[in-house]
Each structure stands twice: as C-alpha cells, then as structure tokens.
Design a protein around this ligand. Structure first.
Ligand SMILES: *[C@@H]1O[C@H](CO)[C@@H](O)[C@H](O)[C@H]1NC(C)=O
Ligand SMILES: *[C@@H]1O[C@H](CO)[C@@H](O)[C@H](O)[C@H]1NC(C)=O
Ligand SMILES: *[C@@H]1O[C@H](CO)[C@@H](O)[C@H](O)[C@H]1NC(C)=O
Ligand SMILES: *[C@@H]1O[C@H](CO)[C@@H](O)[C@H](O)[C@H]1NC(C)=O
Ligand SMILES: *[C@@H]1O[C@H](CO)[C@@H](O)[C@H](O)[C@H]1NC(C)=O
Length: 584
C-alpha cells in the first residue's frame, strides 16, 4: 500500500515533469507548463508583494530567487469582492502582482514574436488576470505566433487617495501596469518575444486605461513600453480628485482610521493622512475588503476609477488632456448597443471634454425633454461610450496617427462584452451560424493588426471627413459581410461633436466677456431656449442679470437643474454615486 502510493507519487511527478519546461529569466528560473507546442508561465512575479508597508505604495522591483519557481498554475487574483463582478476568483490575495505569459516553441526559437499585453476590465474594482480560458488564448494568439501577457494590478488596494502623493501616490493601478510593462520590456525576449512589437490591449475599463496610457505625455514617449494599442468598448473618463479623497475619508472612517477631531486639530493635514495610512496598513486585507463590500452593499459608492494625476497626467483640464496622443497606431471601436440594456439617466457631458460641462449637460437634458434631440433608444450609458470612442479617434486623426475604427452591428448581439468572447474567450455563449464567422473576423483583425499593423480583410484606416468605419456584421442568408461604411452614428455625433461643441465654445466666449456670467439660466424658461444663436445670447444675458439678485438666483437653481449641479460638483454624496458610476 505504502509502496503503491510511493510509486503513484513518483509516477505523477514523472508525468508532470514531462510537461514541465524550465526557462531562465533575470530573476531566476521558471518552471512553466508545456502543452504540445505551447508553453504557459503563470504566477510570474513582476513586483514585490505589495503588503505591509508597501500596501498603498508604488510597486517595488521583485526579488530574485535561487530555486526553480513553479509557474504552472495561476496565482490568486488581487483582492476584490464587488457585488458587480460575475467572475468570482477561486482565491484572492494581496500578494497578487504577477503576470501570466503564453508562448510557443516557435517563438522561443525565433525570439522575435509579437507581444500583446492585455489589461482586463472591471473598473479597477473586479475581474482579474487569472479569469481567462487557456485553450482560447492558445488557439487565438499563440497559434498565430503572438505571445499573450496578462498582468494583474491592484483593485481595491489601489484606491487610497490623499492630497500629498509623497504619503501615498494616487492611481496605483497604473503604477502596477507600468511595472508590468517594464518587466515585459526587459524580460520578454526570454519568452521568445520582441519588446519592439508590443501591443497594449484593453477592453472596457482596460481599454480606458490603455487609452489614457496612449494619451499620456509622461510615459512611453520613446515608445519603449508599447508601440500599438487595441481599445475595445471604452470611454476615457476620469473622476475628480476631490471625489477620491472623500471616498478615502469615508472608507477610513469605517475602518476607524480617522483621528478624532480633538486630536486632529493639533496636526497638519499630512500628519492626519499619514496616521490614516499607517492605520489602514495595519488592518488585515480581509477586514478592508469587508468594509469595501459593506459600503457597496449599503449603496454608498463604487470603488473604482482613476484621477487625472500622476503617473500619466498632471492636473490638466478635461478639455486638454486628450491633446497629447503618442503617435502610435490604434485599432479601436465599439458595439452598436453597448449599454442599452441599462436604462437610467446619468450626467454624461462631463466625460466629453467640454470646457463648460455643466451648461452642456443642461442643454442635453433640455433638448431631450423638448424633443430637440432624439436618443434613438440609446441609453445615456451607451452614449457615454460611443461619443468618447469617436472623440478618441478624432484626436488621433487630428495628429495623423493611423487609426482603425470598427463598430459591431450584428443586430442580435451587439451589447457591451458581446464581442469579448470572440477576442478573449470570456463570457461564452452559444454562437449561431453568423457568429461563428464574427469570431473569426475579430480574431483575424486583432492578430493582423498586432503582427502587421493592418487588420486586413478590407478593414481600412478611418477617415475624419467621412467618419468611416469598419462595420462588423454577417448574414449567411443575405451574404452580408463586414465592410467599410461612412457616417458613424451620424445623428449622435452631429449633436455631441457638432452642435454641442459650438454651444460649448459660445459659452466660453461669453464667460470671457462677462466672467460671472451663468449661461445655464437659459433652460429655466423653455420659450427662451428655442432661440437660435445670436438672439439666444442676448436673451440669456438678460436672464442672467435678472438672476444676480439672491432671491432670483435661488429661483434659478431649483428642481432638476440643482440636482444636476450637485451631481457634477460631487457635493452630494448620494447622488454623486450615479455621476461617477461608469463601471464596465
Ligand atoms: C464577499 O462578501 C460576501 C457578502 O458580505 C461574503 O459572504 C463573502 O464571504 C465575501 N467574500 C470574500 C472573499 O471576502
Ligand atoms: C523572426 O526571426 C526569424 C528567425 O530568426 C526570421 O526568419 C524572421 O524573418 C523574423 N521575423 C521578423 C518579423 O523579424
Ligand atoms: C475554453 O475554450 C475552449 C475552446 O474555445 C472550450 O472548448 C472550453 O469549454 C472553454 N473552457 C471553459 C472553462 O470555458
Ligand atoms: C425605438 O423604440 C421604439 C419602440 O420599441 C421603436 O418603435 C423605434 O423604431 C425605435 N427607434 C429606433 C431609432 O430604433
Ligand atoms: C439576415 O437577413 C435576413 C433577410 O433580410 C433577415 O430576415 C435575418 O433576420 C437576418 N439575420 C440576422 C441574424 O440578422
């Protein structure tokens, strides 16, 4: 019996060593898994475990190891327990800064394969780097000589925000991803990849992050981290610093980590923040997770998002930060119905880079109410994704950056994440006779773009004048195939990028002339808002003068207007939840 189990163990370890593959890196030897012509290296550390004093701090370079490190199984996902996630990880840990690398015999041999670094979605709140389907990855990427790298980044443990970043830097998730990209830059040749052929790829919030990294004037200026981007179904919305600071304060209060006001009065703000940081560092990770969960369950706030701040930006105005794209090609697009399954109004104008988002938001609400703008059954959340997609593309095209633009318009199935299955193998569904082909279309366009810089199959560069895009569709009955179209979402774009931009400019002009001027009053009286441009401004001027008196001022800010203001300003916490709640 004992002997039997001895032989069994021996036999099993012999079998597993048959499928193991040792590979040297600068940090030590990894023992990955061999599967036919493919090799998988999982749970590969790219930073020190961000625990203890490193919690809420920048990732530090990982230690070297002397033994062979097992890289055959996924490590734990980063800490997360959101009510929103549909993919609950098997295990979670704060020690999660690992990446997973999928490569092949051919790549290991040739040492110059293209590399895709995939940033997962989930609003920096949920989902993980260990939720993917190995078979799909191997069949889609590795079979085509593309190495896939999926890094983890901190989720709830990236959200500690204070004014002074020497206490704790804001946007830790970005620091984690940058650290992972550094690892790819210096190590990927060991896995058969070329660090000159790296594509940063993100879907949903992962695409948001990839976009921000593309437009950042502070990183990758020498293109040494990545040379192309793929962005699927994303916006590029930041949240306000004040919102994140307030959220941190509420969180710390629940953790009993805010000094009593009696003591706080004797200390500087930085001393108070340092106290809070130390206190939160001393709690167990699961305790903090429990607090986050209970805040979320009580409807308090979502916990994701990033602030327009280091490491990507300094605090520039939202109308400016997209003026600095890195000149690298992008493949990007969205789906026809993205979030149309989620009804409900939410403020959206602040996401579109206007100089006067409050006035633009009011105009939008007014125009909707009075039938001056037809949403065509799209929800606000869909508009909040389709419009930024086109803004991103226009900003790239203004700088002559090669941009490939698609829209999935398959009637039956074009909501958010419906195409993530095609690209990344998650959220699987039973494909119909057309969708089997749509999957191939996605896989080919991504692989071609990554390897050749051109998605092929008739998918051409988009043109700013005709607003052209690659319509992804298929119909076996009629013979409909993916093809180039023009006039992307014309009605929506004419409104948001034409009419609204002109309105925004006029408001700015007027504010320059009369600094105290409030244009929003136009929407108090429906008759007045009907005026077109020149007349409109004289009428508004009259009203705003009338509103200067305190009594009238109050009258001017009642009802809906007030709610919108509060939400945008982030002063009212119950309603701010909606304005910040752009989680995908
Ligand atoms: C997540 O939260 C739920 C509800 O509070 C709880 O039952 C569960 O144990 C939590 N899971 C983890 C991993 O903390
Ligand atoms: C990659 O390397 C192989 C073998 O060294 C070579 O034949 C091939 O042309 C290279 N490909 C590229 C794109 O450099
Ligand atoms: C992973 O993908 C393969 C092929 O695409 C599929 O057959 C398999 O069922 C998937 N596995 C899971 C766990 O979804
Ligand atoms: C919007 O929905 C209504 C009701 O379902 C429908 O009659 C109408 O055609 C739709 N409009 C568009 C532009 O899809
Ligand atoms: C394909 O086209 C036919 C004929 O126009 C139409 O009836 C059918 O609904 C289409 N199928 C899909 C999946 O769009």
């Amino acid at each position: 019996m004992v002997l039997n189990s001895f032989y069994l163990t021996y036999f099993l370890s012999l079998i597993s060593s048959l499928f193991a593959y040792d590979l040297s890196t600068s940090y030590g030897i990894l023992s990955g898994r061999e599967s036919g012509d493919y090799y998988l290296f999982k749970h590969v550390p790219f930073a020190k475990p961000p625990i203890g004093e490193l919690r809420f701090q920048k990732p530090e370079t990982s230690e070297k190891w002397n033994d062979v490190r097992d890289a055959t199984e996924y490590g734990p996902a980063c800490m997360s327990n959101s009510t929103t996630s549909k993919s609950i990880p098997k295990s979670i840990s704060e020690d999660c800064l690992h990446l997973n690398i999928f490569t092949s015999r051919r790549c290991l041999h040739a040492k110059n394969c293209s590399v895709v670094v995939y940033i997962h979605g989930g609003d920096i709140l949920y989902d993980s780097a260990v939720m993917f389907n190995d078979t799909h990855i191997l069949d889609t990427f590795v079979k085509n000589d593309v190495i896939l790298v999926i890094p983890a980044f901190r989720l709830i443990f990236s959200h500690f925000t204070v004014e002074d970043q020497s206490i704790s830097p804001t946007n830790l998730a970005f620091y984690d991803i940058l650290k992972a990209l550094d690892y790819v830059k210096s190590e990927i040749h060991n896995f058969g990849g070329s660090n000159q052929k790296v594509t940063l790829f993100g879907h949903s919030y992962g695409g948001t992050m990839a976009t921000m990294m593309t437009f950042s004037p502070r990183i990758n200026q020498d293109k040494s981290l990545f040379q192309k981007t793929v962005v699927m179904s994303s916006h590029q919305n930041f949240q306000s610093l004040q919102y994140h600071i307030e959220r941190t304060r509420v969180f710390a209060t629940h953790a009993n980590c805010v000094l009593p006001s009696k003591l706080a009065r004797k200390m500087t703000k930085n001393q108070q923040d340092s106290y809070t940081l130390k206190c939160l560092q001393s709690k167990s990770g699961h305790e903090l997770l429990r607090i986050q969960r209970s805040l979320e369950e009580s409807g308090y706030t979502t916990f994701g998002g990033v602030v327009r701040r280091e490491p990507l930006f300094t605090e520039v105005h939202s109308s400016e930060y997209m003026n600095t794209p890195n000149p690298i090609p992008m493949l990007t697009g969205c789906n026809k119905h993205e979030m149309d399954f989620l009804p409900g109004d939410m403020p959206i104008a602040h996401m579109f880079g206007y100089e006067n988002p409050e006035e633009c938001e009011e105009k939008y609400r007014y125009d909707l109410k009075h039938g001056k703008y037809d949403r065509e059954n799209h929800t606000d959340k869909t508009i909040a994704m389709l419009v930024p997609t086109k803004i991103r593309i226009n900003k790239l095209l203004e700088k002559n950056i090669p941009t490939y633009f698609y829209q999935l318009r398959y009637p039956k199935h074009s909501y958010h994440t419906d195409d993530l299955y095609y690209a990344m193998g998650v959220h699987p569904f039973e494909m119909d006779e057309n969708e089997i082909h749509l999957k191939e279309v996605y896989q080919q366009m991504i692989i071609n773009f990554v390897k050749l810089g051109n998605p092929g199959n008739g998918f051409e560069l988009t043109d700013i004048k005709t607003s052209s895009y690659f319509e992804i569709n298929w119909n076996q009955t009629t013979g409909l195939r993916p093809h180039m179209s023009t006039g992307f979402e014309k009605k929506m774009m004419d409104y948001w990028l034409g009419e609204m931009v002109a309105f925004d400019k006029k408001i700015s002009e007027q504010k320059r002339k009369t600094p105290d001027f409030k244009f929003s009053e136009i929407y108090i009286n429906p008759n007045i808002a009907d005026q077109s441009s020149s007349l409109m401004f004289s009428v508004i001027f009259a009203i705003s003068v009338a509103c200067l008196g305190y009594f009238l001022y109050k009258e001017c800010y009642t009802g809906d207007q007030k709610r919108v203001y509060l939400r945008i300003d982030g002063r009212d916490y119950n309603t701010v939840k909606q304005s910040e709640m752009l989680v995908y």
